[in-house]
Design a protein around this ligand. Sequence first.
Ligand code: HEC
Length: 103
Amino acid sequence: MYIIKGIVATVLVAALPLAALAASEEALAKSKGCLACHTVDKKVIGPAYKDVAAKYKSDKGAEANLVKSVTTGSSGKWGQIPMPANNVTEAEAKKLVAWILSL
Ligand code: HEC
């Protein structure tokens, strides 16, 4: 009984900060206007973030490339519509890209 309680407590303690972190990154994406063109799981104007994560799953340089796409814009990788440069700092872009790749 104590062991089970201990496991449940450990899982809860481990999961809570992760959920809070994802929520804060989603809020950042919202506040930066990303979610006007993107959603997590449906293509809108830009690709779904889950599709971005899947496309770059085994690409080791993806994080740096995507930070560049987010800060300076991107075109020709997903279709006809380009993404304009976004009003984010490099640190914010890194945070957003790490979140996107974790989806
Ligand atoms: C005006 C609409 C628009 C906004 C705002 C926007 N995006 Fe995009 N995004 C796009 C489009 C369109 C593409 C596909 C571009 C292409 O084909 O290269 C894209 C592509 C991407 C990609 C994949 C880039 C690649 O190199 O494959 C990432 C990651 C991304 N967006 C993240 C973000 C983040 C984070 C924000 C907010 C800071 C954001 N986007 C804001 C439209 C937008």
